[in-house]
Structure formats: structure tokens, C-alpha cells
Design a protein around this ligand. Sequence first.
Ligand SMILES: O=C(O)CCC(=O)C(=O)O
Ligand SMILES: [Fe+2]
Length: 306
Amino acid sequence: MSHEIPVIDISPLRVGAEKGCAETARALGRASRETGFFYISGHGMSPSTLQTVFDASHAFFGQPTEEKNRLAMSRLGRNRGYVGLGVERLDTRSKPDHKEAFNISLDETDADSVWPDIPGWRDIMRSYFSTCLDLGAALHRGFARDLGVEEDFFVKSFRNPQATLRLLHYPAPSTSWDEDVPGAGAHTDYGNVTILAVDSVSGLQVRPRGQDWIDAPLIPGTFICNIGDCLMRWSNDVYVSTPHRVLRPARERYSVAFFLDPDDDAIVDPILSGPEDHPHYPPVTGRDYLEERLNATYGRAERKNV
Ligand SMILES: O=C(O)CCC(=O)C(=O)O
Ligand SMILES: [Fe+2]
């Protein structure tokens, strides 16, 4: 069913080729309105660079639990650090997720103590993080064009974005992993856009509006991207943030998700499509919006189910 989720070459948006940009923006807009998911090619990242990121992820998760817990999210503070197996429950109606994760946010003031003690690790992740920021900026130039605002409309709201790079590890299936325990329960993402890299094991499923779950198979050389709730709100529900999940995978699985959310003080005020349109939501700051969603995920309030 890969035809449900299109592959879009985003190179024109990265290099600013005028003619290609218009076409690419239209393709991005179509996918963002229909399924809210699309694959991107032409992203400029070499397979060997991506492999370095996965190798570093293997090195982190391969450490003893005690070492991983040294950097536990509960110690490092909100939304960064290690989250162990079964701690998170993305779908509150199902069992906790059978995955472990490590969240990274890029903060120049970070002390050494928030990074794993693995040679080269920090530089690999920082470099990948900044490549993802550039890709996110290119995607936003396309969204802006498609939504009928200036191409640089989003720039002022992404000067210091609340972005998170999240390494994920789903252990090998075993007899102790019951089938009704998800890898990642059904959920929607909170931010504007997510850029996902998956190693060699598929497993992501997507539920487009009014349809049943479909597989999002791996397409070598691409990233899987999806619209999050914040951009759905910002686009006044023109774009769709689509539920997705990871079931128990066939084999051990690694993925790396980059979540791009606007600046703390960005004003997320719905973009109207014309004089007749009316906003579905009041304006909210990026900080208030993300905080509300994270509080819900980590049990500080009830989160929205899908
Ligand atoms: O690991 C995956 O393929 C998806 C993970 C995901 O959807 C998430 O962390 O929000
Ligand atoms: Fe997700």
C-alpha cells in the first residue's frame, strides 16, 4: 500500500530552485492534507552518515541498564535523557510500550554529564540534529508556499525551536513479549513535523482518516515524515496529524525520530485560507502547547487518545 504515502523529492526546497519548489510544495501540501505522511528523498544525507548515527544508537542501548539509567529522564529533567522499557504508554488504552528511548535536545550550555560517555557520540548526534533542523526548515518553506503565506513565514517561529532527537530501540520479539503489548502505542505526534529514520526492520503502521491501519513500508534512501498536532492546529485543520503505531516488530528494531516544534515564544495562530475562513483555535505559544502535551504523555495529566 505504499502508494498511499507518496515519495517526495525535496531537493528543490533545499536548494531554492524556483520552478521545482512550487511543484514540491504542491506535492507536500497534498500529502499533508490527505494522509499527513510522506517519504522524502533528495534530502542530501548519505547512507554512511546515517549508519554512523545508528551505530552510535546501538552503542548507547547496548550498555548496561545501570549506565543508561545514569542519564534517566527523571534525573536530567523534562524531555531529555533515557526512558526505559515499559515506562512510556503512548496509547493509554493499551499496555505500556515495549521500547526504550533516549531524548536529545540541542542546548549549547549542556554539561558533559547529560551525554553518554561514548567517544564521538555527542558530535555525531549534534551533526545529525543540525541536518534535521535544515531539513525541517526546507519542509516549512514548502508548507508555507502551499498554505498561501510567504515562503519565510515560519522562519521567525523557528529561531530556537523546541526540537528533540529521539533514539528508539525495540528489543527482539520474545515469548515474554505478549502480542498485545505494543512497541509504540497508537498516538499522534505533538509538534509541527517529524522526520523518522528506520534501520532495516519495518513495523510502522499509519491510520489515515476514515481508513484502517496500513503499513508504512521501508523505502531505502528515504525518511518518513509526518505532520504533528501543532501544524494541524496552525494550518487550521487543513493538514492532518495522523495516528500511527509500532506493533511488536519481526526483529529487533532501531529508529531515530526528530520532532520539530516551534520556538517557546512562537505564536501558533491558525493560518486562514481566505476571508470566509474562521480560526478553529485561539492563539497559543509554542511553550504552552508543547508543555500541555508532554505533561499528558508523562502522566501529569490525561493525554488525548486516538
Ligand atoms: O519508531 C517508529 O517507527 C515510530 C516512533 C514514533 O512514532 C514516535 O516516537 O513518535
Ligand atoms: Fe510518533
